[in-house]
Design a binder for this molecule. Sequence first.
Ligand code: ADP
Length: 458
Amino acid sequence: MTYLVIGIVPLLFFSFNTTKTLQDYFEDTNEREVLYQANTIAGNIQKTGYLTDKTKQPQLAQDIEQRGIEENCRIIVVDERGYAVADTNGMVVGRMFIVPEILVALAGRDEANLRREEEAIYASAYIESADSRKIGAVLVISSFSEVYQLIGEITNQWLLVTLFILIIVISLVIFMSQMIFGPIKNVLDTIRRISAGQLHQRIEIKGKNEFTELGEAVNTMTKRLEEVDQSRQEFVSNVSHELKTPLSSIKVLSESLLLQENVPEEMYKEFLQDITSEVDRMTDIVSDLLALVRNDPSEARITVADVDINKMLRDIVKRLSPLAADKDIDLSFHAAKDVTLKGDEVKLSLAISNLVDNGIKYTPDGGSVSVSLDADNKDCFITVQDSGIGIAEDEQSKVFDRFYRVDKTRDRETGGTGLGLAITHSVIMLHNGSVQIISGEDKGSTFIVRIPLERKEV
Ligand code: ADP
């Protein structure tokens, strides 16, 4: 509708204006012309004395007839009382002929009027005697219908052009609504269904243009939403499952103690020890979960300060070196630069510790884990490289998921919760950084963490 109005209204306005101006112009010039004719004829009659000299009146009739034919108009001459002396039509001669223009002329004023209903211009001029008396008047009636016809034709032409443009605009609008609004509506409908919870909805993609790109973006977003939704459900069931396992062991252990008579003290001790280690495991899981929740960007409380990364990494290596020593793993640290960045030291330290801890956990005895630090003018790069079992390519995108473990049974023995890398990832995201894995099965793993030196608040 807007396009229609924008396209048509100015055109109609323009065509109306042009015809109106043209009509005004024609009316004006024609009125003046006819008035000029009336004046000339009146002057002529005055000069020749046709009116005062009755014998000259046939000559007057002839003269006027001639002029009427030349100018294609009707000419009537009346005397001072309003009786017609001559008429190119011959219809009113000898009779009283009074029209407003004649009255005005007899009163001493020339006048021209357009009579629209008759489509004619009436122009009158008075005739004076030698002593300046008004002795008669000339009325010239000139048809205006030709001009009206012309204007009508011009208007028709304009209407034709308008109609033509209207058709073009309408076709364009239809074309556009199909080309533009159609796809947008399609995308909108799908988004509405997605908002209503139908996450499996996808936008049908045909061809390749901006709209299909939009559709693809929405599809990617929906796929991601679906994954998030799925991972949330998985998360809840995983949490329940992970907590249930130690809980049922505790139940079994305590029940067997309760049901048995005269339990020896050693057995009590042994079972209670098992119970304690299950409780420890649950505590680990719960504290990891808490750490994760605290890193949720919507709730994270981040304490930003200058962090001496060299010192932080040295501390981590020092703290974990007993673990490495247990497995005879060579744990080393190398810094190419001194780096200080704006961040949350506690969270960052936890994130990198998890990486080093994993390096040690997933490297067989006698291997090596190296931590290195470098920076450019924008970012700091922390690399944790191990010579361990590596991560297959198709697993690499999943290891940051909560509770994800590459080989669940194998890892149960190492005692991980599957939350370590999820925590690391969330901390890095909180610092607007990124983490990259370079690895392959049995090829060792390299985790490269990039963190901007300056913190941009978003
Ligand atoms: P976990 O507590 O099981 O270590 P993480 O979230 O830290 O949980 O790691 C997820 C999974 O990624 C691990 O179970 C392991 O299979 C794999 N993984 C992590 N780090 C390494 C590594 N350095 N080498 C090989 N596999 C690794």
